[in-house]
Design a protein around this ligand. Structure first.
Ligand SMILES: Cc1cc2nc3c(=O)[nH]c(=O)nc-3n(C[C@H](O)[C@H](O)[C@H](O)COP(=O)(O)OP(=O)(O)OC[C@H]3O[C@@H](n4cnc5c(N)ncnc54)[C@H](O)[C@@H]3O)c2cc1C
Length: 385
């Protein structure tokens, strides 16, 4: 399909953030919306490689509220889009083995309860009772969020693409944005490998590549690509199907049920930023050893799939949502730092409000403005892994 010559809004990047943004703009009747994805399929980069975890439990109120809006949207997703989000409330259990983490998580609980986020505190014995197949002799406590869980990343991105298309979004894959046109210092459109599109508004929703897209407009969008990798295992019948999402917070190791087996990840704290999506076999070995130490049955399980993808990391592990103060017409919806899938409904809704109303009203996202980095107004999120 050829690209149209004009649009009211061009969105760069057809992952879950771009797809949600397009859908929410179309819902508001925002004119001609063109969504451009350079890969042959929507959602095939970070969105397609994610672990599917969704949670409301964070350390900052803005992250908690973004997730609350999003979890509620996942509940009504099928009625809204015709696709199931397959939101399963299996709960997240953060297992804490350091005093400092216990203190930090207990502090967060007051905020969670104030915001109406269901939260249970577990002592070490209760953690061990709930996870009899795991070795957590050193658990000091745990935070359990019963409404956290899993959702289907593939179905959510398709739901937004399909529902958006029904509302008139021109969602085009196989189109790469190669330039951002400026006229008189403001956005005038984009260049693509299939011709230019004139448009007064461009949204950078290019995930781990959003820094590169920002640069096309002469902007510094501080989003770094950081590799993360996962594997799935052969059937593990000892693990019940509704098993909770377990996070060994100290080591960034996590597990959840995936089909008849398990999915596991372990984020490497010193992974250097790079567009590298090859599986690091040394790290996989370290991951397997750490995994088996916590969940001994892993020693008997085989690996069925392994893959790596990119987190899109900002200096303060919070998204960037808002307009550029330097280039009018350029908007950024990126940098979700490993929690973009779970916050995608809110991200699209709030970006649509920013563009159409001048500022988001469902939630004040001014703390996520692009300029916070140079202003030194960084946020701080403790619960990232
Ligand atoms: C291993 C792993 C596990 C994760 N687990 C979770 C989890 O459990 N829960 C959760 O919420 N999040 C998780 N995440 C993070 C989540 O996947 C991301 O936050 C989210 O998918 C970001 O969505 P996005 O649309 O911004 O990025 P993407 O899905 O990467 O989409 C951006 C798109 O932009 C396109 N693009 C880039 N440049 C251009 C260009 N010039 N022209 C056209 N198109 C372009 C890319 O091809 C890409 O498809 C995980 C990520 C990884 C890698």
């Amino acid at each position: 399909m050829s690209v149209p010559s004009t649009a009211d809004i061009v969105i760069v990047g057809g992952g879950v953030i771009g797809a949600s943004t397009a859908y929410h703009l179309a819902l508001r009747g925002a004119g001609t919306i063109v969504l451009l994805e350079r890969q042959p399929y929507f959602g095939s980069e970070s969105t397609g490689k994610c672990a599917g975890g969704v949670r409301a439990h964070f350390d900052t109120e803005i992250n908690c509220r973004m997730s609350q809006i999003s979890l509620a949207a996942f509940e009504r997703f099928e009625a809204e889009t015709g696709y199931t989000a397959d939101y399963r409330k299996i709960g997240y259990l953060f297992v804490l083995t350091r005093e400092a983490d216990v203190e930090a998580f207990r502090r967060q609980m007051d905020m969670h309860l104030r915001l109406g986020i269901r939260t249970d505190w577990l002592d070490g014995d209760e953690v061990r009772r709930r996870l009899p197949m795991m070795s957590f002799d050193d658990a000091l406590g745990g935070l359990f969020g019963p409404d956290d869980g899993l959702a289907d990343n593939g179905s959510v991105v398709q739901g937004y693409i399909s529902a958006g298309s029904r509302l008139g979004v021109k969602a085009l894959n196989g189109v790469e944005v190669t330039g951002v046109r400026l006229a008189g210092g403001r956005v005038a459109g984009v260049e693509t490998d299939q011709g230019p599109i004139a448009a007064p508004v461009v949204v950078d929703a290019a995930g781990a590549w959003s820094g590169l897209v920002g640069r096309l407009a002469g902007l510094d969008v501080p989003v770094q690509p950081v590799r993360r990798q996962l594997f799935t295992t052969t059937p593990t019948p000892e693990i019940p199907s509704g098993w909770t999402f377990v996070i060994d917070f100290k080591t960034n190791l996590y597990f959840h049920r995936e089909g008849p087996g398990l999915l596991s990840g372990m984020s490497r704290a010193d992974e250097p930023p790079a567009f590298n999506q090859t599986v690091d076999e040394d790290w996989e070995l370290a991951h397997l050893e750490a995994g088996a130490a916590r969940l001994p049955l892993l020693e008997r399980a085989g690996i069925t799939r392994r893959w790596a993808g990119l987190y899109e990391v900002t200096p303060d592990h919070h998204a960037i949502i808002g307009r550029s103060a330097d280039v009018p017409g350029f908007y950024i919806n990126a940098g979700f730092s490993g929690h973009g899938f779970m916050q995608s409904p809110a991200a699209g809704l709030l970006m649509a409000e920013e563009i159409l109303d001048g500022r988001a009203s469902t939630l004040d996202v001014s703390t996520l403005r692009p300029e916070r980095f140079r202003e030194g107004a960084l946020l701080d999120e403790y619960v990232v892994f």
